[in-house]
Design a protein around this ligand. Structure first.
Ligand code: AMP
Length: 222
């Protein structure tokens, strides 16, 4: 039983399954799931000025400028100060963002308690992302090889049409992987140095990966 705020960062390359596992972790520990990728996609689909600014970076597989993402994160955290803690999914993506996150949490008397690193090889990522399909209406994500929809091209949840996300195209995925290696992977060393990094294999069935994450979380609590 969690008695004080618990803030978790989920790190891993694109396609490691962060979104799915972050949702499950947040539900299991009654935390807020905070995905900057989802928030940005929402801004894009609403055609907001932030969304219009962000869209080009996202479609090219580049990071959206820190100031834009930071503003969005601050707004979201301030709207949710009562949360028992968050699962940060897709944030931080570089060392400056990690510093900003530390500061934001410190203002709330909180801190990054644990960083879960979902490890998946590059070959596995390319294979996974090429099978990924997303619902244009509700954002649900499927994978033709391991989480297929019941009906081809149709979302189980809302009946919307499934499509390949613009940034899941192969050349964009390669760019996202290289951005990950250069900008995000150095965070592993930062959090390892603080003694809060837990590496979990992201390979295998969704339930199995989740049970590894749960074990890593519980090991920390004991
Ligand atoms: P994701 O769904 O987390 O893979 O994010 C999709 C895209 O949104 C990324 O490729 C970036 O263009 C952008 N994005 C998401 N989170 C961040 C972040 N923390 N900083 C900068 N760009 C981000």
């Amino acid at each position: 039983m969690v008695t004080r705020a618990l803030d978790i960062v989920l790190l891993g390359p694109p396609g490691a399954g962060k979104g799915t596992q972050a949702k499950r972790t947040a539900a299991a520990f009654e935390l807020l799931h905070l995905s900057t990728g989802d928030l940005l996609r929402d801004e894009v689909s609403r055609g907001s000025s932030l969304g219009q600014e962000a869209q080009g970076f996202m479609n090219r597989g580049e990071l959206v400028p820190d100031a834009l993402v930071g503003k969005m994160l601050v707004n979201k955290l301030h709207a949710q100060v009562a949360a028992r803690g968050c699962v940060f999914d897709g944030y931080p993506r570089n060392t400056d963002q990690a510093v900003l996150l530390d500061g934001l949490l410190a203002e709330l008397n909180r801190r990054v308690d644990i960083v879960l690193y979902l490890a998946v090889s590059d070959e596995e990522i390319v294979a996974r992302i090429s099978g990924r399909r997303s619902c244009g209406s509700c954002g649900a994500v499927y994978n033709l090889s391991h989480i297929p929809p019941k009906r081809d091209g149709i979302c189980d949840a809302c009946g919307g049409t499934l499509a390949i996300r613009e940034d899941d195209r192969e050349e964009v995925v390669r760019q996202r992987l290289s951005v990950y290696r250069e900008r995000t992977a150095p965070l592993l060393g930062v959090y390892r140095g603080r003694g809060i990094l837990r590496e979990v294999s992201g390979v295998g069935a969704e339930d199995k990966v989740f049970s590894r994450l749960r074990t890593a979380m519980e090991a920390r609590a004991s």
